[in-house]
Design a protein around this ligand. Sequence first.
Ligand SMILES: [Zn+2]
Ligand SMILES: [Zn+2]
Length: 102
Amino acid sequence: MRRLGCPSCGAEIWFHNTACLSCGAELGFQPGRGLVPLGSGGGAACANRAVIGCNWVAAAPGGLCLSCAHSTVVPDLSVPGNDRRWARIERDKRMLMRLLDA
Ligand SMILES: [Zn+2]
Ligand SMILES: [Zn+2]
């Protein structure tokens, strides 16, 4: 796993983190830019952030990030455990997309 720097305080951040453990800033990953702060003046959270913990930035508020937008099939979330499995697959897909973009 790769670590990045918090844009607010410079603390080391894991690639999958949604917030800085040092200063608490809500963060999102933007391909080509790295970690950016979320909220006013910053990036928009992916619509899947609250569902599967996606920490990438969406192109527009309420939208999906580049990685989630590539998912054409979403598992049936009424099946117990599927939310956890989907979150793990999407997390690995974000890592793959990051590596391919490097
Ligand atoms: Zn920080
Ligand atoms: Zn996403």
